[in-house]
Design a binder for this molecule. Structure first.
Ligand SMILES: Nc1ncnc2c1ncn2[C@@H]1O[C@H](COP(=O)(O)OP(=O)(O)OP(=O)(O)O)[C@@H](O)[C@H]1O
Ligand SMILES: [Mg+2]
Length: 242
């Protein structure tokens, strides 16, 4: 479904991502974990077309999309839930959803909106509320719903549980499980490494811009060295919460 080969992305002279290769197969949930500043967001933004790589190639279902505009990549079937949501604050909930569905034919858009209400009932009550007035949890649900409006072949999520209360963190992970049951393909970045590895099939560990480890999620869960060195406090803070 998605193939990333030898991607390097720079900010000026700094390479935030260096020769990273990864792949996501159809119906797979793949995790991307690693400490702050490792380059996770840079990588997702490069794949989604928001940043242009200095080197390397991105392929979607076999077709090269490297350096294509975010619109074209969305039309090709890849949608991103960006870090910190990036909603259109002045626009209402339904207007944000319509923006997410611009690539969808008009006759299908109403159907997609109905599906989003079913998946995120809280949005129905806030239909005409400006996105900027939503609570953190509501806003995150809207960000995910907006990305799903295009009915993507692959969904990228950048820290969907960031800043949410524990009950909403649970909701986000349940949602990932439900989307998985629907057969969706996902590449997910999370600080909650343990929780992510519990729902993912495979994962990559990124450290200072490079892939430091990869494997089956269940194998990575057992690797204390990874948690100590790369992910640091993520496992501890999670187990304390439980
Ligand atoms: N717009 C930018 N300009 C310059 N440097 C940047 C920019 N955005 C990120 N960086 C740098 O690139 C590196 C990777 O950042 P990135 O945001 O991709 O990391 P991350 O893994 O997503 O971190 P976090 O877990 O904190 O979200 C960091 O050193 C960061 O300071
Ligand atoms: Mg990030």
């Amino acid at each position: 479904m998605l193939e990333v080969s030898g991607i390097t992305t720079r900010y000026g002279s700094i390479s935030a991502v260096r020769r990273v290769s990864l792949h996501v197969g159809a119906n797979e949930i793949v995790g991307l974990i690693g400490p702050n500043g490792a380059g996770k967001t840079t990588l997702l933004n490069t794949v989604a077309g928001l940043l242009r790589p200095a080197e390397g190639e991105v392929r979607l279902e076999g077709r090269p999309v490297t350096g294509h505009s975010p619109d074209r990549i969305l039309k090709a079937g890849l949608s991103l839930v960006p870090e910190r949501r990036r909603l259109f604050a002045e626009m209402t909930v339904v207007e944000n959803l319509r923006v997410g569905g611009v690539t969808v034919p008009a006759d299908e858009r109403a159907e997609r909106l109905d599906e989003m209400v079913e998946l995120f009932p809280v949005l129905k009550d806030k239909w005409s509320t400006a996105a900027g007035l939503l609570s953190g949890g509501e806003a995150q649900q809207l960000a995910i719903a907006r990305a799903l409006m295009s009915n993507p072949r692959i969904l990228l999520m950048d820290e969907p549980s960031l800043g949410l209360a524990p009950v909403l963190v649970d909701f986000v992970f349940e949602l990932v499980g439900r989307l998985r049951a629907e057969g969706r393909t996902m590449l997910v970045v999370e600080q909650n490494a343990t929780r992510l590895l519990e729902v993912a099939d495979r994962a990559y560990v990124l450290r200072t811009g490079e892939i430091a480890a990869e494997g089956a999620a269940s194998d990575l869960l057992g690797r204390d060295d990874l948690f100590d060195t790369f992910v640091g406090a993520a496992r501890d803070s999670q187990s304390e919460r439980r």
